[in-house]
Design a protein around this ligand. Sequence first.
Ligand code: PRP
Ligand code: URA
Ligand code: MG
Length: 212
Amino acid sequence: MRLIEVNHPLVDHKLTTLRRKETPSAVFRQLVDELVTLLAYEATREINVEDVNIVTPVAHTTGKRLAEPRPIVVPILRAGLGMLDGMTRLLPTASVGFLGMKRDEVTLEIDTYANRLPEDLSGRQCFVVDPMLATGHTLIDAINFLLDKGAKDVTCVCILAAPEGLKTLEEAVGHRANVTVVVAAVDEKLNENAYIVPGLGDAGDRLYGIVD
Ligand SMILES: O=P(O)(O)OC[C@H]1O[C@H](OP(=O)(O)OP(=O)(O)O)[C@H](O)[C@@H]1O
Ligand SMILES: O=c1cc[nH]c(=O)[nH]1
Ligand SMILES: [Mg+2]
């Protein structure tokens, strides 16, 4: 498994505002959207391209274009939806498939309550978007699901990851195939409720304005 922690002052700046507890939902959504654009630039570095012959106003030349089969972007509902527009802005020809997954806050087990993906992902490059990698259980299930459908490789684009979750993920799927995780930051640890520390709280609640 490859881990890419994106080091960029703009990422750090936006992440700091994102973490602040007083940041309202509207600003939080905007920042997630901006951050995913910066992360997607790194995440798509190895996207498949092919040569194409074109004519400029001056000469014939050979350029590059995204190769078939088209990549697929998979947001993990709910929080991953906040990252979808940023990804498809950069990859407008990508397909989009949906996974709805919720972790039980007590047992930390994952319930997959929605699955709207093509049956066959043979040869497809998959970009899973979910802002939080905490215990890693959600992404393990998502990656296994996509690889079992034939995906060529899986790149997870996350905003924050916990070291414990990265280790668990590596142990669970690191051997399987091409798995890459791109994150804005690897935080310090998980707390007793499996929340990322210092983190940003519950990403879904903050994106969608749910206050307990
Ligand atoms: O690494 P894990 O310990 O599995 O936790 C990470 C998951 O938790 C959050 O989703 P949540 O289950 O809160 O669902 P939501 O997006 O509907 O809020 C987050 O968006 C990830 O999907
Ligand atoms: O810190 C965390 C951990 C899991 N899910 C979140 O939204 N935040
Ligand atoms: Mg949540």
